[in-house]
Ligand binder design. Sequence first.
Ligand code: FVH
Length: 284
Amino acid sequence: MTVLGLGAMGTALVEAFLAGGHATTVWNRTPGKADGVVARGAVVAETVAEAVAASPLVVVCLWDDAVVRDVLHPVADALAGRVVVNLTNGTPAQAREMAAWAAEHGVEYVDGGIMAIPPGIGTEHAFVLYSGAEAAFEAHREVLERLGAAKYLGADAGLAALFDLALLSGMYGTFAGLWHSLAMVRTENVSAAEFVPMLGPWMQAMIGGNLDRLAHQLDTGDYGHEVVSNLAMQAAAFPNIVQASLDQGIRPDLMAPIQRLMDQAVAAGHGAEDVAVVVDLLKN
Ligand code: FVH
């Protein structure tokens, strides 16, 4: 196959394909970045057109959607009849626009979201989301499995980006809580090394151990069953986090929106329910 883009991720993708014994042609804007993978057996193309012409499958991993368009649009004719798997981070709308553009030019388009960091590619910890042209995806599933478990979500090209960004939201939201908690204890010269051993078990008990229950609440819309820590109680205590942060000289920026949301949910009459009810209030 062909891989366009040899950043940290593109390079990891090429290494996984090569490790699987797949002949791989590569192109990158900055040519010197190909040296490492060429030493492992990749063939370097001088131009995007040359790279595209080399393979029926073109995997794209570039900076963003605008770069993908800049790189692919000039070679639309050469892409006709080939499969493009775009693993560049983007929005569902961008993926759907790419799919429409591809359809106009006779290109089979699959969008993807990589749920791994470069060292995880090709390991059991990686999975990659795909959506778009199903037959094209299935035709190349085996080789794509080299990157990590391949999860096909449906014919709507936007689905992979939607799931990708939703999963990243979970990650960044969790990071935000971790960052804030560390900022708080560090105001009293508590080292991160002393504090983090409490974070893992706490997060596992409060988040990891409650995901099935959360899913059940959302899918049934029943937030009032067997509530052990209701929203009103949590909303009453939450301002202490914000106040203590201010008292300790820590910006409450990451916590204040949560307080606002909880207050709105209580004001809307959900105080006796589980805090998960706020998910419904996020809908614009
Ligand atoms: N790295 C990660 O942890 C994440 C994991 C999940 C998926 N993301 C997304 O993958 C896309 C690429 O990310 P990356 O880590 O490879 O990023 P870089 O190492 O910065 O490489 C960027 C590549 O894009 C090329 N590029 C940038 N601008 C242009 C341009 N105007 N024209 C042509 N190519 C361009 C760049 O080329 P060069 O700077 O080496 O010449 C690299 O090949 C990304 O969507 C992540 O969100 C990674």
